[in-house]
Every structure is written in C-alpha cells, then in structure tokens.
Ligand binder design. Structure first.
Ligand SMILES: Nc1ncnc2c1ncn2[C@@H]1O[C@H](COP(=O)(O)OP(=O)(O)OP(=O)(O)O)[C@@H](O)[C@H]1O
Ligand SMILES: [Mg+2]
Length: 308
C-alpha cells in the first residue's frame, strides 16, 4: 500500500462512445493541495466525481484513503468532503440548517451539530447570516456555505470542483484564504480549475488536462520552467494593421505565438526582446512585458488558450 490518499492507474470514464477521462495516473500524498487545470470539457469533473465515489469508473484502478470506491463508497464518503461544481444547497432551509442537517446525516448528536455549525459559520464568515434563507446570498457566500457544509464531518480529504468560478476577485480571494487555512490544518485538497492564477496560488502540484488526458504534471514553477521562458512580451496591433509574421520575429525571441488579438514573444529577458523587435522595425500599438504563467504552459502544450 502506498502513502497516497488518492492513487489512480489508467483511470477511465466513458459515457457511451465518449471517453471523458482517458486513462490517467494520479498519486496525491497526504497534506498536498493538488490541482486539475484544464479547459471546459477536459474531464476534470468526471475525474473528481469518480474520486468522490458518486460516479463509477469505467476502467483502471482507483484507491481513495486506501480503499476502493466500487467496494467501500460509504466508508470513503464518511471521511471526505465534496464541493460540487454547482452549489446544491437546500433552498428550503436557512444557512445554519443547511449545516445542521448535513451534520445529522453524518451521525452527529444535536449538541455536536450545534457546536459544529457555529464553528463553521464563523470559519465561512456567515455567522451574521445564520438565520437567513439561502437564496438571497451572494455567489461567494453560497460557495462558502457549500465549503462549510463539506467540512461538517472533519474530512481528511476535500474535493473542490471549481471553487471560485463566476465569483468576483474579492470573493475569490476570501475563498483562497479559507482554503489556505485548511491546508495549514493538514487537510489534503483536490481542486479543479480553469483559472491559471488559482492553480498557481493554491496548488503544490497539478496536472494539466486536455481532452481527457494528462498532458503535463508538476509544481506550478516546475511547469513554467519546463514549458515556457522566464518572460513574455505581449504585442498588440491595431485591428487592420499588418502584423509581422513569426519568421520575422524568430530572431528576437525563443518562441513566437500568434493569437487572434496578440503576438507573444517568449524570451528570458522580455525588455531585451522588445528592444530587438523595435530595432527590427516592429511597431505594435501597445506592448507589455510580464512573467510566464501556467496560461503560457497550457498554450505551449495544446496550442490553445485556457479560457476561450
Ligand atoms: N453525465 C454525462 N453524460 C454524458 N457526457 C458527459 C457527462 N458528464 C460529462 N460528459 C462529457 O464528458 C466530457 C468531460 O466533461 P467534464 O464535465 O468532466 O469536463 P470538465 O473538465 O469538468 O469541464 P468544465 O470546465 O466545463 O466543468 C465532456 O465532453 C462532457 O460533455
Ligand atoms: Mg467541470
């Protein structure tokens, strides 16, 4: 037996003729925050749902907390927390009742449930809204309540499917802070996201998924070092202006990417590449030098942008 809380080999999910997850290998050790980064339809939720024991695998092997979801689903579910992609809170109940009902479901006594709900309301910064209905809460508050609910049974492993999609920057940062606190308490986390900044902020290690396959694996900084240059120059041209072709720019950068709205120059020293482009007669309308990100890694690996 390995120390991994989640171990998969050749894990596969098929829906009829469609292979949503096409034989992936995973090893997630205790205490790690592990990410699945990929665009819409990459297979992130399908992978998560197999690990959460809510969707049976089509092929391959899977161990969660050392057990097989096909055999030990209930025992695994008792020790994990699940935050699905779409909030499935009970809108008939108040904020506090959503936590209490869940706690009762996990077999806590009334007194335990009351104490746990109070603690989690505080953690989720929802104490003031405890007696309110769920419906009028903001998207960020609903997400925090769903996360609070997933913590009722003090899970060792927390599965978060797109925890911050659709939230404004302030709401996202508050959620990141809460997830960071959980990490410091030793809660192992699996997070899916198509936000590269979220993956960079939160994940110790991640897999980049595309079309049901893992196309790369590593820490955010490893991946950037392996698949990109230190810096990137973004050149913007007026819509009708002629753009230099990639051949013309090949001499000034390690790699050139032409996107519909921008030309990207990959180089260790972005300012130097920009100066060289100027000397070569390139006259963009605007330019920007920045550090490489996981977005650049994804573009390099798949030829496409993460968010379309
Ligand atoms: N229940 C289902 N029945 C049939 N096809 C499905 C089902 N669930 C997912 N799929 C398909 O499987 C593929 C992967 O979907 P999945 O939801 O796992 O992707 P995802 O990476 O989570 O995408 P998103 O970022 O949009 O949430 C898609 O082509 C999707 O249409
Ligand atoms: Mg999904």
């Amino acid at each position: 037996m390995s120390d991994a809380l989640v171990q998969a080999r050749g894990l596969t999910k098929r829906f009829g003729d469609l292979a949503a997850v096409r034989g992936i290998d995973l090893d997630v050790p205790r205490g790690e925050v592990f990410g699945f980064l990929g665009p819409n339809g990459a297979g992130k939720s399908s992978a998560m749902r197999m690990i959460a024991c809510v969707s049976p695998r089509s092929a391959g092997s899977l161990q969660v907390l050392g057990m097989d979801p096909d055999v030990d689903g209930p025992a695994i579910r008792a020790r994990i927390g699940v935050v699905p992609q779409l909030d499935n809170l009970d809108v008939e109940l108040t904020v506090r009742q959503n936590l209490e009902v869940y706690g009762r479901y996990f077999g806590l006594s009334r007194a335990q449930v009351r104490a746990k709900a109070a603690e989690l309301l505080e953690f989720a910064q929802l104490t003031e809204r405890a007696g309110d209905a769920v419906e009028p809460l903001s998207g960020g508050m609903k997400r925090r309540l769903t996360i609070a609910r997933s913590l009722v049974n003090e899970p060792e492993l927390l599965l978060l499917d797109e925890p911050t999609t659709g939230l404004d920057p302030q709401a996202r940062h508050l959620l990141w802070d809460r997830l960071y606190r959980l990490k410091q308490r030793g809660v192992t986390q699996l997070i899916t996201t198509h936000y590269m900044d979220e993956a960079e902020q939160l994940c110790d290690r991640l897999v980049v998924m595309d079309g049901g396959l893992i196309v790369a694996e590593g820490s955010p900084s490893d991946l950037i070092e392996r698949y990109s240059t230190r810096e990137v120059v973004e050149l913007r041209f007026a819509p009708d202006a002629p753009r230099p072709d990639a051949d013309e720019l090949a001499a000034v950068a390690d790699r050139v990417e032409q996107l519909p709205d921008r030309t990207l120059l990959y180089a260790a020293d972005g300012e130097a590449a920009l100066r060289a482009a100027h000397l070569a007669g390139v006259r963009p309308q605007g330019s920007l030098v920045r550090r490489s990100s996981l977005e650049d890694v994804f573009l390099r690996l798949t030829g496409r942008s993460l968010v379309d």
